[in-house]
Write a protein that binds this ligand. Structure first.
Ligand code: NAD
Length: 527
């Protein structure tokens, strides 16, 4: 823990996970690390990371972080206020002068070092994520931690290929297009895939020469603090990266309204995205939004045999707490009854258990509030909507009375007026509906406020491509094939306006400057 030991005073308990190898990132491998010894990482979770050091809050209140598997306090953090926000933004503003002038090779060297330290401390991150938001330990160590290293590597590749100074077009020697960092960025992230979202913002901000203040979700601050310590150990210059814990009303609002913050990059609910946009409007900030989703998974009769089971598993992954979860399954009528039976079987066979246990089960929801919201929507699906409940339902799974556990739930015979088809539930709840024609399937899929990811399952390649063009969403995944690394992630409509990942993710943090009268005889500098 470079530089960390002296200032960390109070501990939260980590289990010794060994050092799982996450080099394969999303390979989906379950890691068999040992859990014999419990160790205590000395970390004062009440502090913030500002200007290259862990510091006490200037003002603010305390918040207990609750382990959603057992409802006990696993750490206490500080929620910062105006003065803390001011200190963090000032540090970032001071650091901008030099970091914005750093060369591509300096940034690449630093990012490679971050990757090295991230991999070496992946066990700590996995345990923090598992405790704070309830991802089962094996899933936390593979998928959750793996998304971070996956994005760090992808941004290293994107930066290597990125040209910050370009010709306008061939035969325009006296024109130059310069890509330059926008300034101090406020990065506000949610709790559901903590390392995914933090890496998707911090790495491109660093790569583009921006400085930043990260405000992670107050529900998942621990993994973010480990991440901050990783950046410290990797040698990120003081002030370039700062971490402030806080809630939306406090630090979140102070950041989005701060005059020295040039850009807010936000991932979270559409509600908060709207509030941030309004607050940032007076300062004419750039606001990049990654918001919620209600993805349709369109299953045609000629889809692969495993399409329905895979769709259910994907919907329930991370206990249904993914913005891109395929939560509306539309099935061609000739295959509908069979699909409902398969979905029921898959849901009934989905194990739910404590996050600290090994295995491929799903864990609890993140909080009591999320539990209450999901229960209320299941209740609406049963009574007001009148959908047919075929699996799961209200209450907790047997034997899991403590913790925010829910029953994997499937509704059939839904229509697009139902709340369970329109609202983002953010729990393991699937809504199914039959369709007769391709046109009808497209219309149902597009009849939503959201537009993040849609899914298509069909053996007809021409039809697949037709749907990819017509679905109103930032991403379309077909026949279980994942998009490649470096592809942009983002949505249409209420799913936001940002694009994260690859070249698009870098450009979010850059200003474009057009120069006339450029002397092309002068040697290029290292940019
Ligand atoms: P949330 O909007 O409640 O909180 C997200 C973050 O915003 C937290 O850090 C929170 O403290 C902060 N925040 C809340 N109100 C704010 C305000 N007024 N001003 C500034 N900051 C504020 O969302 P959540 O419950 O943490 O996350 C779940 C939501 O995130 C879901 O809707 C999900 O779909 C969405 N999400 C979207 C993506 C994507 O890339 N599109 C990815 C993951 C999650």
């Amino acid at each position: 823990m470079a530089g960390g030991v002296a200032f960390f005073q109070y501990g939260f308990i980590f289990t010794n996970l060994g050092l799982p190898d996450v080099r394969d990132d999303l390979a989906g491998r379950l890691l068999n690390f040992s859990r014999q010894a419990r160790i205590q990482i000395p970390m004062n979770t009440r502090q913030f990371y500002i200007d290259g050091a862990w510091v006490n809050p200037l003002a603010g209140t305390e918040l207990d972080v609750i382990n959603p598997s057992n409802e006990t306090v696993c750490a206490t953090i500080s929620l910062g206020g105006e003065a803390d926000t001011q200190a963090a933004v000032e540090a970032a503003r001071r650091a901008f002068d030099s970091w914005s002038e750093s060369s591509k090779s300096q940034r690449l060297e630093l990012m490679n070092r971050i990757l090295e330290v991230y991999v070496s401390r992946s066990g700590e991150i996995a345990e923090a994520i598992s405790q704070e938001m309830g991802a089962p330990v094996d899933m936390a160590a593979s998928s959750q931690v793996g998304t971070g290293s996956y994005h760090i590597k992808a941004f290293i590749r994107a930066l290597e290929a990125f040209e910050f100074e370009r010709e306008l077009r061939p035969n325009t020697p006296n024109d130059r297009i310069l890509y330059q960092p926008i300034g101090v960025c406020g990065l506000i992230t949610p709790w559901n895939w903590p390392m995914n979202q933090i890496a998707l913002k911090v790495m491109p901000a660093l790569a583009s020469g921006c400085t930043m203040v990260l405000k992670p979700s107050e529900l998942s601050p621990l993994s973010a603090m480990v991440f901050a310590d990783i950046l410290h150990e990797a040698g990120v210059p003081a002030g370039v990266f700062n971490l402030l814990n806080g809630d939306g009303a406090g630090v979140g609002t102070a950041l989005s309204g701060h005059r020295d913050v040039a850009m807010i990059s936000f991932t979270g609910s559409s509600r908060a995205g709207i509030a941030i946009s309004k607050n940032a409007a007076d300062g004419l900030k750039r606001v990049s939004l990654e918001l919620g989703g209600k993805g349709a998974n369109i299953v045609f009769a000629d889809a692969a045999a495993e399409a329905v089971r895979d769709g259910v598993a994907r919907c329930f992954n991370n206990t249904g707490q993914s913005c891109n979860a395929p939560t509306r399954m539309l099935v061609e009528r000739s295959r509908y009854d069979e699909a409902v039976a398969q979905a029921k079987e898959q849901a009934d066979n989905t194990a739910v258990d404590l996050a600290e246990k090994h295995g491929s089960h799903i864990g609890p929801l993140v909080s009591q509030m999320q539990y209450d919201k999901v229960q209320a929507l299941i209740e609406r699906g049963i009574s007001d909507d009148g959908a047919r409940l075929v699996a799961g339902g209200l209450g907790k799974p047997e034997g899991l009375e403590t913790g925010y556990f829910v029953r994997p739930t499937v509704f059939a015979d839904c229509n697009n007026d139902m709340a369970i088809m329109r609202e983002e539930i953010f729990g393991p709840v699937l809504s199914m509906m039959p369709f007769d024609t391709e046109e009808e399937a497209i219309a149902i899929a597009n009849d939503t406020d959201y537009g993040l990811t849609n899914y298509v399952q069909t053996g007809d390649a021409a039809r697949a491509n037709r749907l990819a063009r017509r679905l109103r969403s930032g991403m379309v995944d077909m026949n279980g094939q994942a998009r490649s690394s470096g592809a942009p992630f983002g949505g249409f409509k209420h799913s936001g306006n940002g694009r994260e990942g690859g070249v698009w993710g870098l450009e979010e943090f850059l200003e474009v400057k057009a120069v006339g009268g450029w002397s092309s005889e002068i040697p290029e500098d290292s940019h």
